[in-house]
Design a protein around this ligand. Structure first.
Ligand SMILES: [Zn+2]
Length: 545
């Protein structure tokens, strides 16, 4: 899985957002079977990856403790069907959902944040290596030999034909991929340098874990043949010759993944007497890091239907089951608002805990994020959007009651469904996902379902402006999400859901619309300028909230 990189360099501190609304009982199973959600839930604001053009990520941030109780202003005793005091509004509102800015459009070329930084570093390292090689060339005793010469130096031990890693490594990787699919442990381990005992053992363990994964396809590809081994790495494996290219693991899960999901890998190959073998990995750090996969942290189990695959670790069966049920319900919720084509399949990854979630999505602090959705977008042929993953922060999500969990899943699934559209303005992306997730609560006044904005209006501090990307991921993110979702609600009430979808589609594309394009889109779809639409929405908000 490729994807989630913070748009901000190294991820900026996530900030809490607004408290979530208080939904009443869900039609089916709205009651709380779980321990009951944290009373303080709110939404957090993730970093925005979207505008950076990297792998798309839409998250569902999360509430933060410390939120004053009674989060929902003016919430009466609770919604019908809610246990007393149960309204989300309950102390603190409902930890559900929220979006998370940062959704990146597909057709943008590789642009994982960390990786971009990595490239810069890598280039510097590479130049340094060239200089070193130039100097060393004057001192043959420690000279780093070019492939052919070194192969010759190894003499009979290694046939010259086997010495060229660019020819041999792809064959080795093909055997490895086949071994994974066939469950052939011996063949898998035959791709590893047996002399490096610790690494060899770790590979045996990796194989055992990978055998628990429902792969329908596995493939490794060399994406950059250049040997990125630095002098340090070469010394680490001396006297063996080393080869450190850029690789991609491409895989599909059974019943899912119309296109392969991609992950970056940096194996260090060493030339042994038997030919090239994998001798280690992680040597490309810090310039490049391997993508972390869910099977890296332990064996996995699955729960599934024809359209939903939940991948979790042993011990998380309960949460996995709840997520499966929520997802099955979410398809209908998403279909109620989004009629566009999408695969209508979702994979939900359930890491052990927040730390594993952070590794999976390559982000630092998910303490305020409850879930993220992503798409593997880099290196996709023709810029196709790949992957349909949702990753949850189990640590935060597990205590959620079903209603809140449903809200999270529906919101994220909306992102998955609409992610192929590209760089739609963030207020529409998050507003639409939020509108979809709250739609089942539409019989309740927006002041109850959007309490943060209601409070803002009541305090006379509502500025009447549609939220910017910065506001959506800022400290007042909850207000911004309410603003975004009420905008969608306003469009639906005045023009119908068809126009809301049309407006969303009007801005689809590989880059964000300019101000002129935005205005033109509003005129074409709603018949009024953006400024007029904004003013009318603001008046509606003041009247209704
Ligand atoms: Zn979102």
């Amino acid at each position: 899985m490729e994807t989630m990189d913070p748009s901000e360099p190294h991820g900026q501190p996530l900030q809490p957002e607004r408290p979530s609304p208080a939904p009443p009982a869900w039609e089916a199973g709205g009651d709380q079977t779980g321990e009951g959600p944290p009373a303080w839930a709110t939404r957090g604001a993730p970093t925005d990856r979207g505008t950076m053009g990297g792998g798309g990520v839409l998250g569902t941030p999360l509430g933060f403790p410390g939120e004053p109780a009674g989060g929902v202003r003016g919430t009466p005793g609770g919604f019908p069907g809610e246990p007393a005091g149960g309204v989300r509004g309950t102390p603190g509102g409902f930890p559900g959902e929220s979006g998370w800015p940062g959704w990146s459009p597909p057709p943008v070329p590789p642009a994982r944040r960390p990786r971009r930084g990595g490239w810069v570093v890598a280039v510097v390292v590479a130049l340094a290596a060239v200089l070193v090689a130039g100097v060393l060339a004057l001192r043959p005793a420690v000279r780093v030999e070019p492939p052919r010469q070194q192969a010759a130096a190894q003499g009979a031990a290694t046939p010259a034909a086997a010495a060229d890693p660019r020819a041999e490594v792809p064959k080795l990787l093909a055997k490895r991929a086949k071994a994974v699919l066939r469950g052939d442990r011996a063949a898998f381990l035959a791709t590893v340098d047996r002399r490096r005992a610790a690494y060899y053992r770790s590979q045996a363990a990796l194989f055992a874990r990978m055998r628990t994964v429902p792969f329908s396809a596995v493939d490794y590809q060399v994406t950059d043949q250049q040997n990125w081994a630095t002098a340090t790495v070469r010394r680490r494996y001396a006297p063996d010759r080393v080869y450190l290219p850029h690789l991609q693991l491409r895989y599909r899960f059974k019943g899912q993944d119309a296109s392969p999901v991609l992950g970056h890998l940096y194996y260090t190959f060493v030339l042994t007497r038997s030919g090239w073998r994998i001798g280690g990995q992680g040597d490309a750090r810090p310039a490049w890091r391997d993508d972390v996969q869910i099977w890296d942290a332990g064996p996995v189990r699955t729960r599934r239907t024809d359209r939903t695959l939940v991948v979790h670790h042993p011990g998380s069966e309960t949460l996995a089951g709840r997520l499966l049920e929520a997802a099955e319900r979410a398809y209908g919720e998403v279909a109620a608002t989004w009629t566009g084509r999408w695969e209508r399949k979702v994979v939900i990854l359930v890491p052990h805990d927040q730390e594993e979630a952070e590794r999976l999505v390559d982000m630092r602090d998910l303490s305020l994020i409850v879930a993220l959705s992503s798409s593997s977008v880099d290196s996709g042929p023709g810029g196709r959007v790949l992957g349909n993953r949702m990753v949850v922060n189990s640590t935060v999500l597990a205590p959620y009651r079903n209603l809140e969990l449903q809200n999270v899943v529906t919101h994220e699934m909306t992102h998955v469904a609409t992610r192929t559209l590209g760089d739609v303005p963030l207020f529409l992306v998050e507003g639409f996902a939020e509108y979809t997730a709250l739609r089942p609560l539409r019989r309740y006044p927006p002041s109850l379902t959007r309490p943060a904005l209601a409070e803002r209006v009541l305090a006379g501090r509502f500025d009447g402006r549609l939220p910017s990307a910065r506001e959506l991921r800022g400290r007042d993110g909850q207000v911004a999400y309410d603003e975004a979702s009420t905008f969608c609600l306003w469009v639906v009430e005045g023009y119908g859901e068809g126009k809301l979808r049309a407006l969303y589609r009007a801005f689809a594309g590989p880059r964000p619309p300019t101000a002129d394009e935005l205005d033109r889109g509003f005129r074409e779809v709603l018949g009024v300028s953006k400024r007029t639409a904004e003013a009318r929405w603001a008046a509606w908000v003041r009247a209704r909230l």
